[in-house]
Design a protein around this ligand. Structure first.
Ligand code: CP
Ligand code: NVA
Length: 360
């Protein structure tokens, strides 16, 4: 029997998405006090050591800061051994077929977190690996990014039960709750209702980050208004998954940034030159002129007065100016920190003890 793999959030049901996010919030709550010099005695719960005696292979054939640091530190907190392997370290489609590498690596570890070039590479790993494969970014999808974005929105949109924020995170706004008012083992009460009727605007390229938004937000009741130049359309295999899930009803696609930001509560973008597209730099910079996220564009287009900004990072000033990126609307630092807790939740569910049950 094939183990469960996760190559895009389209692979998860709405119930699984919600339980993964709730578990991520729980892991964040119980883990953050451990990072303080003297943990508050009210926090008696420790993160589960569900990766004890387990090794997770982190196969990265592209650069990474956030995903790699999140994965290594999350696996450590769960008691496991993360083994980082770049394509310069091992035979990974070079000197050995991916099919053979998948079979061998999967026989030596308990889970694979893989960042690849073409999406077919992670599909090949999943097809031939005897252990679960989680996509750490491919040409088409970036599922762990959108889980972090969702946790960030659930924390920062008005909610009756805000989560504590990292005590060391000077960038986090005032959401912290005194530790003794928040039992560590209480299940987090995330208010998924805050996503209902939310409007997200995407400006720029049709990237892996956008693609996982398209198969996720509409299923949670949010609308996605996209502005992408006509010469950079959504790949057909992505749109196929969008349609299979009935998500196209929640998406409005155009090439007009002013139209896309109308009524937007959240504005999101990504680099115009994704990893592997460096040779297309000058053509892309020319094609995306007019798509930079700025205060004046969002005002002219009629974004909501208190719109917030998300970006997966790494960021270039081409796609968003400094005023927005470093300004009060920006949630990018909180979003980056949440990579860790959401990856930790997936590591537990896919490689550890805490399982997503079939009825989820
Ligand atoms: N957002 C993201 O995936 O960042 P890294 O490429 O640094 O991992
Ligand atoms: N679209 C970007 C995301 C980086 C996290 C890329 O693939 O390079």
């Amino acid at each position: 029997m094939s183990p469960p793999h996760l190559l895009t959030l389209a692979d998860l049901s709405v119930k699984q998405l919600k339980s993964t996010l709730t578990h991520a919030a729980y892991l964040k709550r119980v883990s953050l006090p451990l990072l303080q010099p003297r943990p508050h005695p009210a926090f008696v719960v420790q993160p589960p050591k569900s990766l004890s005696e387990k090794t997770i292979a982190l196969l990265f054939s592209k650069r990474s800061t956030r995903t790699r640091l999140s994965a290594e530190s999350a696996a450590h907190l769960l008691g496991g051994h993360p083994m980082f392997l770049s394509s310069a370290d091992i035979q990974l489609g070079v000197n050995e077929s991916l099919r053979d590498s998948a079979r061998v690596i999967g026989g030596l570890v308990d889970g694979i977190f893989a960042r690849v070039g073409d999406h077919t590479e992670v599909e090949m790993l999943a097809k031939h690996s005897p252990v679960p494969v989680l996509n750490a970014l491919s040409s088409l999808w970036h599922p762990t990014q959108i889980l972090a974005d969702l946790l960030t929105l659930l924390e920062h949109l008005p909610s009756p039960s805000p989560l504590p924020t990292a005590p060391h995170a000077s960038t986090s706004p005032g959401h912290s709750v005194p530790p003794d008012m928040l039992p560590a083992d209480a299940p987090p009460n995330l208010d998924f209702g805050v996503l209902h009727g939310l409007t997200l605007a995407w400006l720029g390229d049709s990237t892996n980050v956008l693609h996982d938004m398209l198969v996720t937000y509409p299923r949670l009741g949010a609308k996605v208004r996209v502005a992408v130049p006509k010469s950079y359309p959504c790949p057909p295999e992505v749109w196929e998954r969008v349609k299979q899930l009935g998500c196209e009803k929640g998406i409005e696609w155009s090439d007009d940034p002013l139209h896309a930001v109308k009524g937007a509560d959240i504005v999101v973008t990504d680099t115009w030159i994704s990893m592997g597209q460096e040779s297309e730099k000058s053509a892309r910079l020319a094609a995306f002129q007019g798509y930079q996220v700025t205060e004046s564009l969002c005002r002219a287009g009629g974004a909501a007065e208190d719109w917030k900004f998300l970006h997966c990072l790494p960021r270039k000033p081409d796609e968003v100016d400094d005023e927005v990126f470093y300004g009060k609307r920006s949630l990018v630092w909180e979003e980056a920190e949440n990579r860790k807790w959401t990856i930790m939740a997936l590591f537990e569910s896919m490689f550890g003890h805490w399982k997503l049950t079939p009825e989820d």
